[in-house]
Ligand binder design. Structure first.
Ligand code: ME8
Length: 647
């Protein structure tokens, strides 16, 4: 049996967790619950990243020590994990002794490879990023390309890591192991980044005090990323006398080493981390799964205070499972998604209350009314049986590919089949005509109940608490399912069923939003009431008008910021039969390296124009989100060839 080791990144403790942090952990929790359900030996790690200048500063601003701040935030994470039923096997803090020992052991191996040297490091430094930038990378007035805040010229004697030496080995690794970075488009991004050349990396800091002392360099601490990335092995006992877990889950031919991260930290995990490991002669992660970003409904972004509070409110009102479901159903793994209360309430009412909740209570009520419990005979064929087999195959394949929304769709197909079966078989009629002892009635309702049970088993990685309640409803133990529970035929027969309250009480979305408006909207206190909207004018166009616009899919092959502009990005795009340059107003939101390899939609027949002196031949389509109109690129699936018509 394969051992599976899944880790999320470890979280910075300079801020309280928000929906994006929760997502990374819930994704890993769902993936590991699935692997356990598939019978694999699994270990799941998460934790906190507690060193560095930002934490030093955040603590100072609150008048406390860094470790006091860390303790406070760690407690919040632990509480959140309990609420969300995160089943992690370990939680590492980078301030623990076991971590320091492991970091020291890793640095000793890197040093032994001759990959460390001392040199003066000068450059423009962004304190928020804890990173240096070259002049070329900076925005106007030497501002940080990520934060837009002024950078400072820093000069210090540092320990350097020979990252440049690993460009060729990394490219070879990407080539031989395309599964190393998933989804595929992210791999393309990293290939082009490494092909652009790698500079050696400074891995010690003398200006920062809050960190692990750099071995052999008094007055220096370990660069926060070298420190943090090492957690994946230090938590397994690397560098300690008790390294059995390390040997089982990391340094073993059968071990699958998997990280789940957001796209903002892709470079650290797929360039720096494997380079450190190569230098130390240690195995690399098998796969780094990279998800997109949760964008807030812009209404709320502009009232930033509400952002952090929202998940707590939604959990209090709808339960953690509902939020777990929403996060995994709404976001196609790898792509960005928008978080809004409206979308959440729609999914809650339509998917959970209506589809899932109603099906469960309908089938349970029919069983209870007919037999006071579960039926006495279960068929091993029929429409529900066939639908269950098909759903399980689709669910398994999608889960293996981290296509969580597809996996949920597969379960919903089975729910639809169960409903269809009940509607077409009309068990209420059978009971009336043949009585409650009818063998046919038992078989019809048993197939429906078994279909519902299997839905609950497949849903349990996503909705663990709801899964247990469904099992209880059908006279099963309220426990996480075992691999054998995925087989048809585990419904207990002729067992009394308890009365069960509705799983998801329906909510009137408009009333809810109105009552909770204080959290989501900034009212215009004391200001005049907004004027009533004008009736819409008829501005519809004829199909011929639309056909004048030639929309095509295109692949971004290169991206760079337009100098002196904070908004404009110069893109080279491949349209299948030609390559051209387009300037897009997306630089305020996207980093150039995150764009390469992306498939987008472009207007192909626009007259050329010059934007800040740079020629643009077309336009890239992006949704304009919220009041601020933040651009969100429209994603095209990777398998659609560049140049395809969009109509
Ligand atoms: O990056 N949408 O910690 P972190 C989706 N300590 N995911 C988001 C997000 C959003 N809006 N905002 C944050 C760190 N995340 C480092 C990691 S690993 C050795 C060190 C995700 O607390 C982000 O992409 O800033 C990352 O995966 C995780 O939350 C932790 O972010």
């Amino acid at each position: 049996m394969k051992t599976f080791y899944a880790t999320t990144p470890i979280y910075y403790v300079n801020d309280l967790p928000h929906i994006g942090h929760i997502y990374t952990t819930v994704v890993t929790d769902v993936a590991t619950r699935f692997r356990r359900l598939a019978g694999e030996k699994t270990r799941f790690l998460t934790g906190t990243d507690e060193h560095g200048q930002n934490i030093e500063k955040a603590a100072a601003a609150q008048g406390i020590t860094p470790i006091q701040l860390a303790d406070r935030v760690v407690e919040r994470y632990r509480e959140l994990y309990r609420t969300f039923e995160i089943k992690n096997d370990d939680f590492i803090r980078t301030t623990e002794a076991r971590h320091r020992l492991g970091v020291e052991a890793l640095i000793a191996r890197i040093e032994a490879s001759g990959d460390l040297y001392t040199a003066r490091h000068e450059g423009w430094y962004c304190a928020s990023c804890e990173a240096f930038y070259t002049e070329k990378e900076l925005e106007a007035e030497k501002r940080c390309p990520v934060h837009g805040t002024p950078t400072a010229w820093e000069s210090e004697e540092n320990v350097f890591f020979r990252l440049s030496k690993y460009a060729a080995p990394l490219l070879e690794h990407y080539e031989r192991h395309p599964e190393f970075v998933r989804p595929e488009s992210r791999l393309a991004e990293m290939v082009s980044f490494v092909e652009g050349g790698l500079m050696d990396l400074s891995v010690s800091r003398s200006k920062v005090k809050w960190g692990i002392p750099f071995p052999g360099h008094p007055g220096h601490v370990v660069y926060v990323w070298l420190d943090a990335l090492a957690n994946y092995i230090t938590a397994l006992g690397f560098g300690s006398s008790d390294a059995d877990r390390y040997r089982e889950f990391w340094d073993h031919p059968d071990a699958e080493r998997v990280h789940f991260i957001g796209k903002d930290i892709l470079r650290f995990h797929t360039v720096y981390w494997p380079a450190f490991l190569m230098s130390a002669g240690l195995p690399l992660p098998t796969t780094v799964w990279t998800h997109g970003w949760w964008l807030r409904d812009a209404k709320k972004v502009s009232k930033s205070v509400g952002n952090v509070v929202r998940p707590d409110q939604l959990v209090a009102d709808f339960g953690a499972d509902s939020l777990r479901y929403f996060l995994l159903r709404e976001m196609a793994f790898g792509q960005d998604a928008n978080f809004s209360d409206e979308a959440f309430l729609t999914r809650y009412n339509a998917d959970l209350a209506n589809d899932l909740g109603n099906t469960v209570s309908r089938v349970a009520a029919l069983c209870r009314q007919s037999f006071g419990g579960t039926p006495s005979e279960l068929p091993r064929e029929g429409e529900v049986f066939a639908a269950a087999a098909a759903a399980e195959a689709d669910w398994r394949a999608a889960m293996g590919e981290c296509q969580f929304n597809r996996a949920l769709e597969a379960v919903w197909k089975l729910l639809t089949a169960v409903n269809g079966h009940v509607v077409s078989q009309e068990p209420w009629k059978i009971r009336k005509e043949e009585g409650a002892d009818s063998a046919r009635l038992h078989r019809v309702l048993a197939a429906a109940a078994e279909g519902v049970r299997l839905c609950a088993v497949m849903l349990s990685p996503f909705l663990p608490a709801i899964g247990r309640r469904i099992f209880e409803t059908f006279a099963l133990p309220a426990a996480d399912p075992a691999p054998a529970d995925l087989a048809w035929g585990r419904l207990p027969l002729s067992k009394r069923m308890p009365e069960a309250p509705a799983l998801f009480p329906r909510v009137d979305a408009s009333v809810y939003l109105k009552e909770n408006a204080a959290m989501t909207e900034t009212p215009n206190p004391g200001g005049p009431a907004a004027p009533a909207p004008a009736p819409p004018a008829d501005d519809r166009i004829a199909i011929e008008d639309f056909q004048k616009v030639r929309l095509r899919t295109a692949k971004i092959v290169a991206a760079e910021r337009v100098p002196k502009s904070s908004k404009l990005m110069k893109l080279q795009v491949d349209l299948g039969d030609e390559q051209r340059q387009i300037v897009a107003g997306i630089a305020g939101v996207y980093e150039p390296e995150t764009l390469v390899g992306r498939n987008v939609v472009v207007v192909a027949n626009l007259k050329p124009a010059k934007l800040m002196g740079v020629e643009s031949n077309g336009m890239v389509l992006a949704a304009s989100v919220g009041e601020a109109g933040a651009p969100v690129l429209l994603d095209v699936p990777a398998d659609v060839p560049p140049g395809s018509k969009v109509k």
